[in-house]
Ligand binder design. Structure first.
Ligand code: UDX
Ligand code: ADP
Length: 464
């Protein structure tokens, strides 16, 4: 394979968009085209006003602004882009199946299969196909089978190149990753394909950080990394409940254990529960795969990480109800934050959705403020759960574009995302305009509890 000069990426989402923007910025000699079936999404990526990009990620607007129209293009012309590219990244969504066999656990690969069929139908010369989306182990085999059996004699090489970027820090993660992982076949054609992708990344990443493995190791490493990270959060969240009973302080415990270099300080923040598009999905996948090989103990072991996370979300909501004199019916409860973490507009699996669902069940009125999430998304998240009708969700939840309005006349505030701006609010003003006693439930351990108590708030946080 000659040097790569033309890349296409199928899927202009949270992974494809930022990743390709960085490749384009760092490799001006490569033409990078991102395609998506979603017309509105492509139009937003092409919007003159960089504030309107469909993905909010600090620093992304600047990089898109520099590369767009030079060697970075967004289009809905999927076939043309596939035809012209030497290397095609598949970066489409792989949600958990909501129907049929493996419902609620296995990944739904219909979008991946569609991509593979589309590539097979269009390709006229040899191509390298790169799996970027998080996928269950052995997906490459399915993609290969579709490509080899439906293509017209064209040779495909399939690589696994899992994404390790975390939303909110995607630019830093992509510009200076801890490592890049590339899995491929071990025969000479496979090695040549791996080398071609290594050369792309080597434009800005030191070679010793680029690991190459076989395809299955690469696919499984992605699931394993996310399972280990999620497990740390569930482990510290499990301790948070014990801290609340015993008088220990979970932040002090986390600090004490994190200084042990064998444990390390990261991913030890107790919270209302982890969210995001990866952790739950990947663990459910791992559980499904383990079960399908008859490894029940392995499956149960990892499933416990999810069970703990569900418990943490539920207990946050039930604690609010209990503290608010066992009834929130008709009360205004203000949510600060809806995104699954700060510095992103992504809400997939956000703890806020589940806390809101529980509180709506108790007939609370919920007032949401999030600096980057729109009302339409908030209602779509609740409607997706399907607990109650769209009309009931719309009646129970109101969205505000001003945090002070969201908190006005509220009985309580719940902090569900750790947005930095929350710390800088005029909390005296918020207090003055709330019902008394005024409660704050900090699900992210971000506010200064002592200060809030000195104003008059009743303050509760996780693990203290
Ligand atoms: C994760 C992985 O980190 C990334 O490598 C992978 O590619 C995709 O999945 P992401 O989901 O974007 O990234 O965010 P992450 O920073 O991992 O946070 C996941 C969830 O865990 C968030 O809801 C976050 O608030 C929560 N979390 C994280 C905690 O509750 N406590 C912590 O200490 C760390
Ligand atoms: P991720 O977080 O994995 O990037 P997203 O849902 O943000 O997930 O993005 C995936 C994108 O892939 C969506 O914009 C969706 O429209 C797009 N997509 C899914 N299937 C196809 C397809 N066959 N061809 C082109 N785009 C697709």
């Amino acid at each position: 394979m000659s040097k790569i000069t033309n890349i296409c990426c199928i899927g202009a989402g949270y992974v494809g968009g930022p990743t390709m923007a960085v490749i384009a910025a760092k490799c001006p000699h490569i033409k990078v085209t991102i395609v998506d079936l979603n017309v509105a999404r492509i139009a937003a990526w092409n919007d003159e006003n960089l504030d309107n990009l469909p993905v909010y990620e600090p620093g992304l607007d600047k990089i898109v602004g520099e590369a767009r129209g030079r060697n970075l293009f967004f289009t809905t012309e999927v076939e043309k882009a596939i035809d012209e590219a030497q290397m095609i990244f598949i970066s489409v969504n792989t949600p958990t199946k909501t129907y049929g066999l493996g419902k609620g656990k296995a990944a739904d690969l219909k979008y991946i299969e569609l991509c593979a069929r589309q590539i097979a139908a269009v390709a006229k010369d040899d191509k390298i196909v790169v799996e970027k989306s998080t996928l269950p182990v052995r997906t490459a085999e399915a993609v290969r089978s579709i490509l080899d059996n439906t293509g017209n004699g064209v040779k495909f090489q399939i690589l696994s190149n899992p994404e390790f970027l975390a939303e909110g820090t995607a630019m830093e993660d992509l510009l200076a990753p801890d490592r890049v992982l590339i899995g491929g076949d071990t025969d000479p054609e496979g090695v040549a394909a791996i080398d071609a992708l290594v050369e792309v990344y080597a434009n800005w990443i030191p070679k010793e950080r680029i690991l190459t493995t076989n395809v299955w190791s690469s696919e499984l490493s992605k699931l394993t990394a996310n399972a280990f990270l999620a497990q740390r959060v569930s482990s510290i969240n499990a301790m948070s409940e014990l801290c609340e009973k015993t008088g220990a302080d979970v932040s002090e415990v986390a600090r004490a254990i994190g200084m042990d270099s064998r444990i390390g300080p990261k991913f030890l923040k107790a919270s209302v529960g982890f969210g995001g598009s990866c952790f739950q999905k990947d663990i459910l996948n791992l559980v499904y795969i383990a079960k399908s090989y008859g490894l029940d103990e392995v499956a149960d072991y990892w499933e416990q990480v999810i069970i703990m996370n569900d418990h943490q979300k539920r207990r946050f909501a039930s604690n609010m109800v209990k503290t608010l004199y066992n009834t929130v019916s008709g009360k205004k409860l203000a949510f600060l934050g809806w995104a699954f973490k700060k510095d992103t507009n992504d809400t997939r699996e956000s703890a806020a959705i589940y806390v809101a669902d529980d509180l709506l069940y108790e007939q609370a009125g919920i007032a949401v403020y999030d600096p980057k999430v729109e009302e339409e998304q908030i209602l779509a998240d609740l409607n997706y759960l399907g607990t109650r009708s769209k009309e009931e969700n719309a009646k129970g939840v109101t969205t505000f574009s001003d945090p002070y309005d969201a908190c006005k006349d509220a009985h309580a505030i719940a902090v569900l995302t750790e947005w930095d701006e929350f710390k800088g609010y005029d909390w005296q003003r918020i207090y003055d305009n709330m019902k008394k006693p005024a409660f704050v439930f900090d699900g992210r351990n971000v506010l200064d509890g002592e200060y809030l108590k000195s104003i008059g708030f009743v303050f509760q946080t996780i693990g203290k």
